[in-house]
Ligand binder design. Structure first.
Ligand code: 59J
Length: 570
């Protein structure tokens, strides 16, 4: 500013240049003197005063110590705890500082409810060390008597212990924390910041050996973490897990998943997976049990996709509920690939195709439609996109690319092959059939706002499909074992040959069942998947449908859903 003004006026002082020679020398002198002073001070501190300073620094240090924040609770939708942090106290000792008087050790042992000889022996064993545990993670009440003794060399550390009351039942969903109380898996990981809160700080004075000399003052209070309320109903979760376990055991299966969704809100009411693990026993965690397969693992769904493909067909003017499709002779060849049915079902309507689960019927329908019709409907139903639950490793499944879709892929897609989805995505897709055509996005947290959904089929088509699926859950149909006393049930079975590197396997299957209850006013959508059942019973109708029937029956009664079926006994 001032320079500018000067240049515009054109006036300059005769003693020109920004700095006169006299001023330059003066400043140089100051710098030299300053540097000299600095160098001599460094030399003094390093050489002459070194010992004194080091002693002082060693003897006392001011440190900022963290104060652990209480981790928030995870609970089910009714407030039942799934993960809780309780305060615990770890007592430790520095054997170097413990009194040599054996009477004091005896008093300490009594306060700890330990055998005095055992304690004495341990102190002896650790006599060369500066640290030994007395007792870890005791309740604060149990630690108090020993703490109150104020015996020199005895220290207490306040911690929190994470406990999972439901153990293996909701293990993969809830997840676990690591030894430092940080979320490691599942929702414990997804909501770690929220659950953790903020540690506090206090200033302490410690001596050379790290011993606390004085607790000086609180710098910042610990801010406790928030509580997380899940959509899960723990009563349904226990039941789902138990019934899933029964079927997995009975059929010697590798595992299984069950997802139950509220058909009106999209909330997940139960989500069980096998294998599982006990999160309270860290040493025995089996990595196979860690994955929440219902959310993370995309599988080829097979026939349970047929009603969803049918919803696309029924929306066109090419197919209606009375259209007759000839499935004879029970097999067909497309682009050199042979597609076959269990047997020759002859002429079938859409309802008949779903009832007999005809691959040929679905293939004929798919090939009558434009190439993208079913593909677009699958996309609207959420396939190939993350469901948005925020769960770590949430699977999106996959749809083949529409541009390169061959005729054979167009057909196989309609009966559930050449694409993949997670059990959670399947349940969400079925909410459309249950909910007048509106697909609800799933939520693992209890909803506080209106559910998010998309109208993906007309209410008429949803009702038509519901009627067709009810015909499958009848005494002499494929889904008979999904029947529930007192309630009308709709659902679809599926038996899928598993794929490995060598292609479809001859003797490895997944049995599935996806269904809706009760039909007159749907409240829940449930998907059951049994992975690799061994033995002769491997059909979805035999391994998955019975789990559905038992779990859904109990759930409807627990949720006080009024029965909608007049039992026609005899
Ligand atoms: C099947 C398939 C594999 C993939 C076939 C199951 C195909 C197919 C290529 C033979 C067992 C089996 C893309 S059948 O789920 O059709 O649930 O009660 O795995 O068809 O073309 O030994 N379900 N299942 N098919 N593949 N590719 C039927 C059907 C279904 C039943 C029974 C037996 C298959 C009635 C399955 C059930 O609806």
């Amino acid at each position: 500013m001032s320079r500018e003004r000067r240049s515009t006026t054109g006036r300059r002082s005769p003693n020109n240049g920004p700095m006169g020679r006299g001023r330059y020398l003066f400043l140089l002198g100051i710098v030299i003197i300053g540097l000299g002073a600095l160098v001599s001070r460094i030399a003094y501190l390093n050489v002459i005063d070194r010992d004194f300073l080091q002693n002082q620094g060693d003897a006392r240090t001011l440190r900022v110590e963290p104060i652990n924040a209480h981790r928030g609770m995870i609970s089910d939708r009714n407030g039942d705890p799934l993960a809780i942090s309780t305060p615990v106290v770890t007592l430790w000792a520095n054997p170097q500082e413990l009194p040599s008087d054996p009477a004091q050790l005896t008093t300490l042992a009594r306060a700890l409810k330990m055998d005095p000889d055992t304690l004495e022996a341990r102190v002896e064993r650790y006599s060369e060390h500066e640290f030994m545990y007395l007792r870890r993670r005791m309740t604060p009440e149990a630690a108090k008597p020993a703490r109150d003794l104020d015996i020199p060399g005895v220290y207490a550390k306040d911690e929190y212990k994470r406990y999972y009351p439901s153990g293996d039942v909701a293990a993969q969903l809830v997840g676990v924390t690591n030894v430092d109380d940080h979320g490691q898996e599942g929702l414990e990981l997804a909501y770690d910041d929220y659950l953790s809160g903020q540690p506090g700080k206090r200033r302490v004075l410690k001596d050379r050996k790290g011993r606390l000399v004085r607790d000086l003052h609180l710098l910042k209070d610990a801010k406790p973490g928030g509580d997380l309320t899940l959509s899960i109903d723990l009563r349904l979760q226990y039941m789902a897990y138990r019934e899933l376990q029964k079927s997995v055991d009975e059929h010697d299966a590798d595992g299984g998943s069950l997802v139950m969704m509220d058909a009106r809100s999209g909330e997940v009411l139960a989500m069980a997976n096998l294998p599982s693990y006990n999160p309270n026993n860290r040493t025995s965690i089996d990595v196979n049990g860690l994955r929440n397969q219902a959310v993370t693992d995309a599988i080829e769904p097979g026939s349970v996709m047929k009603p969803l493909a049918m919803s696309a067909a029924l929306a066109t003017d090419k197919i209606d509920p009375d259209t007759v499709i000839d499935t004879s002779p029970g097999w067909m060849v497309i682009d050199g690939y042979t597609i076959s049915d269990f047997r020759n079902y002859g002429k079938l309507t859409p309802g008949g195709i779903l009832l007999h689960s005809s691959n040929i019927g679905m293939s004929h329908i798919a090939l009558k439609l434009d190439k993208g019709t079913i593909w677009k409907q699958y996309q609207k139903l959420g396939l190939g996109q993350p469901p948005g639950t925020g769960f770590p490793g949430e699977g999106s499944g996959s749809l083949p690319s529409l541009t390169g879709l061959s005729r054979s892929a167009q057909a196989t897609m309609a009966y559930g092959y050449g694409l993949s989805l997670t059990p959670l995505q399947l349940a969400s897709a079925y909410t459309a059939i249950a909910n007048d055509g509106r697909r609800l996005h799933p939520s693992l947290l209890k909803r506080t706002s209106a559910p998010i959904g998309d109208q993906v089929m007309s209410p008429t088509i949803a009702h038509e499909l519901l009627g067709m699926l009810e015909k499958i859950v009848q005494p002499d149909a494929g889904g008979s074992r999904a029947m529930v006393e007192g309630y009308r049930i709709a659902g679809k079975t599926g038996t899928v040959r598993k794929v490995t590197a060598g292609g479809y396997q001859q003797k490895a299957y997944r049995g599935l069942f996806a269904g809706i209850a009760p039909v007159s006013d749907p409240r829940i959508v449930t998907v059951v998947m049994i992975d690799n059942p061994k033995g002769d019973e491997y059909y979805g109708g035999l391994v998955a449908a019975p789990v559905f029937g038992r779990v859904v029956g109990k759930a409807l009664r627990l949720l006080d859903v009024p029965p909608d079926k007049q039992e026609t006994s005899e």
